[in-house]
Design a protein around this ligand. Sequence first.
Ligand SMILES: [Zn+2]
Length: 372
Amino acid sequence: MDPQAVFCPNPACPARGQLGKGNIHVHSRQEQRYICDVCDHTFASTKGTVFYRRRLPPETIVKVITLLAYGCPRQAIVAAFQLDERTVKSLEEGAGEHCQRVHALLIEHPRDLGQVQADEIRAKTQGGVLWMAMAVQVCTRLWLGGVLSPSRDMHLIVTLIQKVRCGALCRPLLFCIDGCQTYIGAIHRVFREPIPTGQPGRPPLRPWDGIHIAQVVKQYARKRVVGVSRRVVQGPPAEVDALLHQTQGGGVINTAYIERLNATFRARITALVRRGRALACQVSTLHQAMYLVGTVYNFCAYHKSLRVVVYLPNGRRRWLRRTPAIAAGLTDHRWSVEELLWFRVPPPSWRPPTRRGRPSHAMEALVAQWCA
Ligand SMILES: [Zn+2]
């Protein structure tokens, strides 16, 4: 047990979410509990992880979730580990929710995205179909998130583009999309900002500079691609070329990167397999499976095309393998699935309650110590 590596998870504690401040001590080694000396609350060492309140040994949980994240059927896990199917389902749900929190903390941060590709996948459910729209940053292959909806409409695409905007800095950005016209309206709607005028009423909205949109439209005959046309919808073609060169080392406008990522998701989520028999029963199941697969893809799997060559002092060269998270500068090593599942997402920093009048001396001391 290492009290330096954990923070107080109590939402009412001024020290919540703060690491290495010396307020956490071991409360009981036998029960694996810590105590926070700011709020005097004790908490389990597994609080905030997938292992919290589970009876199964952590090693079994890690194995089961690793198998689920790589597309092993739930029935196979039930048979191999002699578990109840509801236990496996509950583990998958817990892991999906945990991965969504990790994704929100580490991925949904503004960065220079360069080029983003977006597309949708059709999934079968018991009641009909569901659409899963996802986006990828091309230069790092980082999965930027996904959205589910029963219909492939403006709401689905706008929600996806809003996720991309959460992770975008106001720099030149190229969107490569398929022939779906909804994207163009959604990008125009999301990538704009209010201009403060000081007048009452709704301020005028100004579109972001440097947003480029390119489309790849495929012509089909008898379900086979017979022609591909590429066009620049927004932005000067020379700048689109420069962005393509900067993010994928040249080449033509394409959606190959998102199509490759869709193929990974299709292989790992049974409800997305083409012509398969598996159906997703609930939207939430598919949502959790998507976050589990996406976060394991971002943090735990080396991507062959991301490897770079490094020259050693003795003149020899070595390939350095990278995960999308390493390429995006989010971490310096490949995470194991165990490390991902043990990762504790800190709650937001404590804010003092807003009260009228001068704060008490005790409150001032708390603010000075924990809100610096
Ligand atoms: Zn506390």
